[in-house]
Write a protein that binds this ligand. Structure first.
Ligand code: IPM
Ligand code: MG
Length: 356
């Protein structure tokens, strides 16, 4: 089992270090190799996704990824920005299926900005298409407008597009995931305005006919954004495109109290995967030792489950996370009165200790 470890920038290095310690404590035979990615790679090699890093990721069974980005790179040309590293990895490895579970841990019900009764027991799975949509559409760029409201003015454009096979394969992923849960899928679109998403809706409906045991409903993205905070437990599996999935998964994350708790998995057709916390590099708290490593540790558990076929080890990690929460240990993002405030390293060590 070969794992490429790509900590990246900001808190990425701090949280990945803790996840690596947890993996090492499992007594499984991993080969782990580390490489630079994002701003760290740009500083060292002049590119956010150096060839050596990409090759390492390609050859590995799984990639454990931290986070990339820092304000200091905001003025770089787009292809050199740290974010291009994660986009390039997703595209190059064909990681089209992004799983972002939003689970509210009983112990953290009070940490959410929503009322406890709305989120207690919450367990949503957002499945985000990850290699298409306006993120990767062509053409894109800047030019002088020849039509529109302001001909002659400078304009920028990106292209939203989806092909039938791209929608079909993510729809299959969603329906199959629903079969292991409550047999319900909500497909989120903007079919009332965008042709791309009328097509999305039509194709998802077509695939749905192959899954008569799964109930499918469709929702416009604006309504979905509202329903997520109004009555989040109405949702089970949510499937949507790259752009809407980016936005809705951040929203769903906050339902659970902190984005610092949410893992994610991005898989290709052969179950090779990239595992990363749903949050970013948080440069504002980087280097302070206060970041929550649990999202990354839980991402490592997803890696064991989906790419490395080690279900028992995945469950050991998840149980250990529940144990430390029960012990009252809290990083700053999930802290509340009466709990014990701990830093990144202490939290990682507590999880290692709680492994049984
Ligand atoms: C995410 C992030 C990325 C995205 C950025 C860093 C490119 O927000 O994984 O959700 O937009 O997909
Ligand atoms: Mg995002």
């Amino acid at each position: 089992m070969k794992i490429a470890v790509l900590p990246g920038d900001g808190i990425g290095t701090e949280i990945v270090a803790e996840a690596v310690k947890v993996l090492q404590a499992l007594d499984l035979q991993f080969e782990m190799e580390m490489a630079l990615v994002g701003g760290a790679a740009y500083d060292a090699y002049g590119h956010p996704l150096p060839d050596a890093t990409l090759q390492l990721a390609r050859q590995a069974d799984a990639v454990l990824f931290g986070a990339v980005g820092d304000w200091k790179y905001d003025t770089l040309d787009r292809p050199l920005r740290p974010e291009q590293a994660i986009l390039g990895l997703r595209k190059n490895l064909g990681l089209f299926a992004n799983f972002r579970p939003a689970i509210c841990y009983e112990q953290l019900v009070g940490a959410s900005s929503l009322k406890p009764e709305l989120i207690g027991g919450l367990d949503i799975l957002i499945i985000r298409e990850l290699t298409g949509d306006i993120y990767f559409g062509q053409p894109r760029g800047r030019r002088v407008a020849t039509d529109g409201l302001f001909p002659g003015a400078e304009e920028a454009f990106d292209t939203m597009r989806y092909s039938r096979p791209e929608i079909e394969r993510i729809a299959h992923v969603a329906f199959q995931a629903a079969r292991k849960r409550s047999h319900r899928v909500t497909s989120v679109d903007k079919a009332n305005v965008l042709e791309t998403f009328q097509f999305w809706k039509d194709v998802v409906s077509d695939i749905g006919k192959q899954y008569p045991d799964v109930a499918l409903d469709h929702m416009y993205v604006d309504n979905a954004a509202m329903q997520l905070v109004r009555e989040p437990k109405k949702f089970d599996v949510v499937v949507t495109g790259n752009m809407f999935g980016d936005i809705l998964s951040d929203e769903a994350a906050m339902l659970t109290g902190s984005i610092g708790m949410l893992p994610s998995a991005s898989l290709n057709a052969s179950n090779q995967g990239l595992y990363e916390p749903s949050h970013g590099s948080a440069p504002d708290i980087a280097g302070k030792g206060i970041a929550n490593p649990l999202a990354t540790i839980l991402s490592a558990a997803m890696m064991l489950r989906y790419s490395l076929n080690q279900e028992a080890a995945a469950q050991r990690i998840e149980a250990a996370v529940k144990t430390v929460l029960n012990q009252g240990l809290r990083t700053a993002d999930i802290f509340s009165a009466g709990m014990t405030r701990v830093g990144t390293v202490e939290m990682g060590a507590a999880v290692v200790k709680a492994l049984t």
